[in-house]
Write a protein that binds this ligand. Structure first.
Ligand code: IPM
Ligand code: MG
Length: 354
């Protein structure tokens, strides 16, 4: 197992260091794998003038899986779009064909009090959001600036999805639902968008191969509302790139902290890039306060989805639960009566629990 490790910017290096400790512990216990680090995001720009340096892309292509921290920071905000750290993540997704983004939102019983919603609304929550990741308005052409007939300048992007793109992400949605409660909700904006009308048609067609899955459709605005109203109605959600970007941030917060949630971005052969769903949090970078658990849980997802090592994955997940059960908390999930730990101490606690 070859893992490319791209720590990135802000809190990225700190949280990835904790995930690396976890990997080292598993290696000590017999898990066979190699890791190699490379510059990415703002760090890639600093070292090579490119958020996705050629050498980093080659390493990621050669590896079986990629572990990422986070990218971006105020230092890079003024750069032209092509050089911004965010382009590094968008380009690596596209280059590795990582079209399926799995973002689970799971409520840990120990953290029910950390959610901004009432305990009865969120306790037991377990939603899997599947976001299409290499198409839609994020990549659609044409895009740019133009001058219209009135002489006014316009900015524009293009929302588009091909049948192939919709079909393959719908398949992932149905297959995931089959392994869970067999309920799939496809989210679109079919009442307004042509892209969404086509999306819905194709999803309905793919559904014929999965008669056991109960398929529903929901407009994205309603889905945003239902997620805070009655989130437990959802099992698996499948949606396009931009809707999934927004809804997955919303869903993460139901669980109390965006600092807890891992993600997997997979290609058709289950090669994957694994990262926490939160960002680089420049305001707390270097202060040893960031929550490393989302990154550590991303390693568990990596072992499960790319390497088919479910037992090792469960071992990590159990260690995280044990740490929470002992009342150990980083600042983002801290409640009175608990023990507050820094980033490194939390990493050490997980290693000890392993
Ligand atoms: C995410 C992030 C990225 C996205 C940004 C950093 C480009 O918000 O992974 O959700 O929009 O996809
Ligand atoms: Mg996002």
């Amino acid at each position: 197992m070859k893992i490319a490790v791209l720590a990135g910017d802000g809190i990225g290096p700190e949280i990835v260091a904790q995930a690396t400790k976890v990997l080292d512990t598993l290696r000590r216990d017999g898990l066979k794998m190699e890791t190699e680090v490379a510059a990415f995001g703002g760090a890639g720009f600093d070292a090579f003038g490119d958020p996705l340096p050629e050498s980093t892309l080659q390493l990621a292509q050669a590896a079986d899986a990629v572990l990422c921290g986070a990218v971006g920071g105020p230092k890079y905000d003024a750069l032209p779009r092509a050089q911004r750290p965010e382009q590094g993540i968008l380009r690596i997704r596209k280059a590795l064909n990582l079209f399926a983004n799995l973002r689970p939102a799971i409520m840990y019983p120990e953290l029910v009090g950390a959610s901004s919603l009432k305990p009865e609304v969120v306790s037991g929550l377990d939603v899997m959001i599947i976001r299409e990741l290499t198409g839609d308005i994020y990549f659609g052409e044409p895009r740019g600036r133009t001058t219209n007939a009135q002489g006014d300048t316009e900015g524009f992007d293009t929302m588009r999805y091909s049948q192939t793109e919709i079909r393959r992400i719908a398949e992932i949605g149905f297959q995931t639902a089959m392994k869970r409660a067999k309920r799939l909700c496809s989210v679109d904006k079919e009442n307004v968008l042509e892209t969404s009308r086509f999306w819905r048609e194709i999803v309905i067609d793919v559904a014929k191969q999965y008669p056991e899955v109960e398929l529903s459709h929901m407009y994205v605005d309603n889905a945003a509302m239902q997620l805070v109203r009655r989130p437990k109605q959802f099992d698996v959600i499948v949606t396009g790139n931009i809707f999934g970007d927004i809804l997955s941030d919303e869903a993460s917060m139901l669980t109390g902290s965006i600092g807890m949630l891992p993600s997997a971005s997979l290609d058709a052969k289950r090669k994957g890039l694994y990262e926490p769903i939160h960002g680089s949090a420049p305001d707390i970078a270097g202060k040893d306060v960031a929550n490393p658990l989302a990154t550590i849980l991303s390693v568990a997802m990596m072992l499960r989805y790319t390497f088919n090592q479910d037992e090792w994955a469960q071992r990590i997940e159990k260690a995280v639960k044990a740490v929470l059960g002992r009342g150990l908390r980083t600042a983002d999930i801290f409640e009175p009566g608990m023990t507050k730990l820094g980033t490194q101490a939390m990493g050490d606690a997980v290693v000890a629990a392993l």
